[in-house]
Ligand binder design. Structure first.
Ligand code: NAP
Length: 389
């Protein structure tokens, strides 16, 4: 991660820099210096959250509990993020028997709404983040303003980059086993990748497919031990090592793959009806890449563990800042740090009163582990915050 982008130090914003008409939290700032400013009719939110994965919804829960009345732009089609297309989540603390991804996200959404988060199933079209007030334009053209923005836009599936991959997308080529696996009943399928996602997809696809071939470019996998063992021991799964897909055949539907061994250089033809690409994901930074500093890995650069981006009042959390772990639980904890930094800077405050500076954590999902993770993350913000389990 590029630590130098903040060398000059981010200016600390105090509440005094956020003028607001008495008794209103939707006031227009008086700063004449601002080229773009809200009109008298525009509403100004304390916090706007872009994204609705574990980071976005955790952001919503924390900020809503602090009476910051967050507005959450959850996306029109992808609300809930990648976990909506996942099956069993076994490693999110608090669920002894695991939980289905969509159920977990629905629970987080309801938890945020319970505290008053305003969740909008809309797509953000553009943002202007440099000013004291941040401008957010959504797909229907309406404009929102916010004193602080938390960017939690997650990541998007990586592509192989083959011409036929795009052409046959939806015609046998897929990035989501839970969405499309059903269409491959008793058919041979291939999965590309050697990480947890690839193995998870492959294991799930065994429910439908006649066989699943995992094609991996190396001879060892980076997936967790438990997933490797499950895949290696599964009777329907076979592996093609040291190999990459270099072509996809089929006029209207996927029929076969050209698979090249990277060591021998030999290419073999593999007949399959489906190809699932599970080779990781890239941070989704399209909205902000020209305004915020990015790291060499393409994630949004944040200062240490604080989740502060290169612009004051703009925070980022979850997969969009994480080139390494990309777990639901780390996304949630990132957000706790984002919120702590927010409060630490005095960037935002509740509309009335202010009871929240020493009460930031009341557990994550009631889980001691989650709360400990959050506590440890908060400790790194350097703020003497009390933690309540
Ligand atoms: P990942 O761990 O980055 O793995 C990506 C895999 O795709 C690697 O094996 C990589 O090969 C391969 N790959 C990358 N680019 C490729 C290309 N152009 N052509 C062919 N192969 C390519 O990504 P992930 O599997 O999506 O996992 C991301 C994170 O989510 C990880 O931290 C993972 O543990 C977590 N996750 C956890 C679970 C779970 O706990 N059940 C489930 C899913 C994901 P190399 O190994 O050679 O680099």
């Amino acid at each position: 991660m590029n630590e130098n982008v903040f060398a000059a130090g981010s200016p600390v914003i105090s509440l005094n820099q956020q003028p607001a008409a008495e008794g209103r939290d939707d006031a227009v700032p008086s700063s004449a210096a601002e080229a773009i400013a809200p009109s008298a009719e525009d509403s100004v939110h304390d916090v706007a959250i872009i994204g609705s994965g574990p980071a976005g919804y955790t952001a919503a829960i924390y900020t809503a509990r602090a009476n910051l009345k967050p507005i959450v732009f959850a996306s029109s089609v992808a609300a809930g993020g990648d976990l909506m297309t996942t099956t069993e989540v076994e490693n999110f603390p608090g669920f002894v028997d695991g939980i289905q991804g969509p159920e977990l996200m629905s629970t987080m959404q309801q938890q945020a709404e319970r505290f008053g988060a305003d969740i909008r199933y809309e797509d953000v079209e553009s943002v202007e983040l440099a000013g004291e007030l941040k401008r957010i334009t959504v797909a229907d053209g309406s404009v929102h303003w916010a004193k602080a923005v938390i960017v939690s836009t997650g990541s998007e599936y990586r592509k192989l980059g083959l011409e036929d991959e795009a052409r046959l997308s939806g015609h046998g080529v897929s990035w989501c086993a839970t969405c499309d696996g059903f269409f491959f009943k008793e058919k041979p399928i291939a999965v590309v990748g050697g990480g947890d996602s690839a193995l998870e997809e492959a294991l799930f696809l065994t429910t439908f497919a006649s066989s699943v071939t995992i094609i991996h470019r190396r001879d060892s996998m980076r997936a967790s031990e438990i997933m490797q063992r499950r895949a290696l021991e599964h009777p329907k799964i076979t592996f093609v090592w040291d190999s990459e897909v270099v072509g996809i055949e089929g006029a209207a539907q996927t029929e076969a793959l050209q698979v090249r061994n990277v060591k021998s250089g030999l290419t073999q033809r593999l007949e399959v009806s489906g190809l699932f690409v599970a080779i990781g994901s890239d941070p989704r930074t399209e909205l902000v890449k020209d305004q915020l500093e990015l790291t060499a890995e393409g994630t949004i650069a944040v200062q240490g563990r604080s989740s502060k981006t290169s612009l004051p009042g703009v925070f980022a959390a979850g997969d969009v800042i994480d080139p390494t772990y990309r777990q639901a639980i780390t996304a949630a904890v990132d957000q706790v740090v984002a919120f702590a930094a927010d409060v630490h800077q005095g960037r935002v405050a509740p509309a009335r009163g202010g009871l929240f500076t020493d009460v930031l954590i009341v557990g994550i999902g009631g889980s001691a582990l989650g709360a400990q993770l959050a506590a440890s993350a908060l400790g790194q913000v350097g703020d003497p915050l009390a933690v309540h389990f």
